[in-house]
Design a protein around this ligand. Structure first.
Ligand SMILES: Nc1ncnc2c1ncn2[C@@H]1O[C@H](COP(=O)(O)OP(=O)(O)OP(=O)(O)O)[C@@H](O)[C@H]1O
Ligand SMILES: [Mg+2]
Length: 362
């Protein structure tokens, strides 16, 4: 079974702690995405699994073996890097087969693997071209192909799509997903792109400053973020936050900001719901407007400050009082205008509320 496990990994660069006692377990056949902003330690962790990065403390286990001190080539892994340096003077076929030829594999076996990888990645018609005769997406596919021809049990990807334009990213993202459906290789995939994480992952590990903040399925991470950091990182447009406090009115908890308040009877508190400063998070698609607004836990009128047309829908940024703004998605055919007053409803069960001091979900 090709499981990958990082046990209590710490990595320091001088006095800077890049990873702090990090634990992560990837199951056989799982596609796990490491997601986080630049500098949070994603590549450091991936490189530690690959054996390209010395670790200060902890262990790496792959397929039930402690590989902490094993050479990269003895770990049963194959890695796709962000900068997919292909050999410019070699054809696609030669690029794909280079590693296998060096290892002394018989010619027929090499030919068989190259043609299978080329077929999977739709490169069969381009095997005799040089990298300079390929598009960016085709080159990236060759880089992935070099990994496919190997006998790896574990695939590691470090932002393999980040050098591509938006449209190619979407295409190759789908191809990587299809590839994983076919091969079911245990995969660890690094990205700072939350859409890539949501679309590809079986589970997402959201990293912050050398630690994992939350790990879970895309739906869990999106719907029940455990910290404000995770909530703000996932989702586009981002979750709205109203800054205020939890208070008790007539024995029931409410969220108050300025002179407005939202009853919280229908909010699933994870703790006692005590009075305190808090952020009330609500995703743009959960703001209800028009006739249905009145049926929600809260409804009120908001003035539209700014509109951002997005084609199929429009983002309406509204003044929520006390200097705060909330954004909602409206169908473009609603023909909203800046300055309009619109009724907005909020249902507390769709909210994520975070303690202002700790940032943790309440
Ligand atoms: N060789 C090094 N010496 C000192 N600090 C380093 C070294 N390599 C990385 N770092 C620091 O460690 C932290 C984590 O780096 P890492 O490359 O893992 O980040 P990342 O999450 O992959 O970011 P990005 O999305 O930008 O690739 C960063 O703050 C970085 O500056
Ligand atoms: Mg990196």
């Amino acid at each position: 079974m090709a499981e990958v496990e990082a046990r209590n990994i710490s990595i320091s660069y001088g006095s800077f702690k890049a990873l702090q006692e990090l634990n992560l377990k990837i199951s056989h056949g799982e596609f796990l995405v490491l997601l986080g902003p630049s500098g949070c330690g994603k590549s450091t962790l991936l490189n530690a699994v690959a054996g390209l990065q010395e670790i200060s403390a902890g262990q790496i286990w792959i397929s039930g073996r402690n590989v902490t001190w094993a050479e990269p080539k003895d770990r049963g892994i194959a890695m796709v890097f962000q900068s997919y340096a292909l050999y410019p003077k070699m054809s696609v076929r030669e690029n794909l087969s280079f590693g296998l030829r060096v290892s002394g594999m018989p010619k027929e076996e090499i030919a068989r693997r190259v043609s299978r990888a080329a077929e999977t990645l739709q490169l069969s018609a381009m095997l005799d071209r040089r990298p300079s005769e390929l598009s960016g997406g085709q080159r990236q596919r060759v880089a992935i192909g070099r990994v496919l021809v190997r006998d790896a049990e574990v695939f590691l990807f470090d932002e393999p799509l980040s050098n591509l334009d938006a449209q190619l990213r979407v295409e190759l993202r789908r191809e990587i997903k299809r590839l994983h459906r076919t091969l079911r290789a245990t995969s660890l995939y690094v990205t700072h792109d939350q859409v890539e994480a949501l679309t590809l992952a079986d589970r997402i590990a959201v990293m912050n400053k050398g630690k994992i903040e939350q790990i879970g399925s895309p739906a869990e991470i999106y719907e029940r973020p455990s910290t404000r950091y995770v909530a703000a990182f996932i989702g586009s447009p981002a979750m709205n936050f109203l800054e205020g406090g939890i208070e008790t009115v007539s024995g029931e908890p409410v969220f108050k900001w300025g002179d407005r308040s939202i009853p919280l009877q229908h909010y699933a508190f994870t703790d006692a719901g005590d009075q305190r400063s808090a952020s009330f998070g609500i995703r743009p698609e959960h703001l209800v407007f028009g006739d249905r607004a009145a049926a929600q836990d809260f409804h009120g009128e908001f003035v539209i400050d700014m509109l951002e047309p997005m084609g199929s829908d429009t983002l309406a940024w509204c003044n929520a009082g006390s200097g705060q703004t909330i954004g909602l998605r409206a169908p473009s055919e609603m023909r909203l205008a800046e300055g309009d007053r619109i009724p907005i409803g909020i249902s507390a069960k769709n909210a994520s509320i975070f303690d202002a001091a700790s940032g943790r979900r309440v």
